[in-house]
Design a protein around this ligand. Sequence first.
Ligand SMILES: NC(=O)c1ccc[n+]([C@@H]2O[C@H](COP(=O)([O-])OP(=O)(O)OC[C@H]3O[C@@H](n4cnc5c(N)ncnc54)[C@H](O)[C@@H]3O)[C@@H](O)[C@H]2O)c1
Length: 364
Amino acid sequence: MNKMKVNLDRKIGASYEIHIGEKILDRMGLILVKNNWAERYIIVTDTHIDALHGERVETALKKTGLRVDRITVPPGEAAKEMRTVLTVVEKLIALGADRSTALIALGGGVIGDLTGFTASIFMRGIPVIQVPTTLLSQVDSSIGGKTGVDTDAGKNLLGTFHQPKEVFIDLSFLQTLPEEQFRSGLAEVIKYGIIEAPDLLDTIEAAAAAGGLRESAFIEKIVTTACWIKKGIVELDERDQGLRRILNFGHTVGHAVEAASAYSLSHGEAVAIGMVAAAIFSEQLHYLPADDRRRIVSVIRAVGLPDRIPGNLDLGEIGSRIARDKKKRGETVHFVLLKRLGVPIVNGGIPEKMIKITLEGLHT
Ligand SMILES: NC(=O)c1ccc[n+]([C@@H]2O[C@H](COP(=O)([O-])OP(=O)(O)OC[C@H]3O[C@@H](n4cnc5c(N)ncnc54)[C@H](O)[C@@H]3O)[C@@H](O)[C@H]2O)c1
């Protein structure tokens, strides 16, 4: 099992450890016993993950003598909202939870965000342990303490910063993860390679060529590298006031494409297209070498993610969503661009005409 520490403000003891390995549930129980974060633990998961893994996780933790209960919510983004938070709170109260209780978020980014948010406000804040089960949550959302729920007006409009006490990344959960979800997570891993670790792109391309994208050694390598990069960025910018923005590489166009597809494209597919657009902007505005842009496209293709905007999507809608985003932030939409692979920069604005021409060029 690998271990790395996220070093945050020591005064409030916010630092925590990320544990990464195969089949680490037994050790997770022992570590929780040793660290004694709470008198009892309540697992929050969705019904889908619960059917696959819930009982196994609960049993493994109980074996170490911990007091453990389990609460389920419906799966999917639609459940990431206030009504679900209130339902979870009611269930917590019915179970007799109090300030000596800790929550365990067992699931993907939806469960991580929802459970983190609930833990941050329940009785003015109780500890949360993150146990991510999707590739996206293992490499991204379980680390960094951002929590949130959606409202009718948009995604993640209500949220808090609530760092977990510990993150346990058991890679064996990924064995049950559907291909599409896995590939969606790979888009975020490719993003880390592009902004911070170009070698990672070689590793991904080699694994794709050998048909080994789901092999344990490869997964362990990419998850460990991605966590290392994410933790480094979070340490420097815990509250998302500067550097953390580079994690949005590919996301400005990506979010617009995702919404314009009415979410028929996965987040990862949309981000892949957004990363290609960002590479083209970078080539035109900041002289990103054409070879670097081609490299980005080739790794995206190698893992089976799209590098073009599907022909059935309306470019006008994508453009106006990007423009709306821009307006919302006072004309300074922060596009994350590249000087070269591994060197991101935050750019204050891209001419509308360039956006239009680039989107047209990417439309199939
Ligand atoms: N807090 C952050 O920093 C941060 C960062 C990125 C994304 N997010 C959030 O993460 C969410 C997306 O997360 P996600 O992509 O993990 O999606 P998700 O949590 O909706 O999970 C996707 C689906 O996979 C299923 N699933 C989860 N683990 C499984 C497993 N091991 N085997 C089989 N099925 C499994 C779930 O039941 C669900 O149906 C979004 O709400 C996004 O806003 C948060």
